[in-house]
Design a protein. Structure first.
Length: 97
């Protein structure tokens, strides 16, 4: 995605290696990044601001578990479906109150 995330991924690979675990470098595609940022935004505005990074962590864990079951799952769509549950809904035009 960009140099920072490539560096961050390499640090996770190195950290895992220090614990005698071999992992592939995590990749962050732009669509998934956008959905994670949207999830963080929604959570920080509808719950507590400090929950935003934890919400993205939970999304990452869920994504990993989902991929373990079905490698072809569309992660941006999974994250978006959950985010929409927390997204504030606009009042309908005819609604009073």
């Amino acid at each position: 995605m960009n140099a920072f995330f490539d560096e961050l991924a390499a640090e996770f690979v190195a950290g895992a290696k220090r614990s005698n675990v071999t992992i592939a470098a995590p990749k962050l595609d732009p669509k998934t990044a956008e959905e994670l940022l949207d999830l963080a935004r929604v959570v920080s505005h509808t719950r507590e601001r400090r929950f935003a990074p934890l919400a993205t962590y939970v999304a990452g864990v869920a994504a990993g578990l989902a991929q373990a079951q079905n490698a072809r799952i569309e992660l941006p769509e999974l994250i978006k479906a959950v985010r929409l549950k927390y997204e504030p809904q606009e009042d309908s035009p005819g609604k009073v109150g």
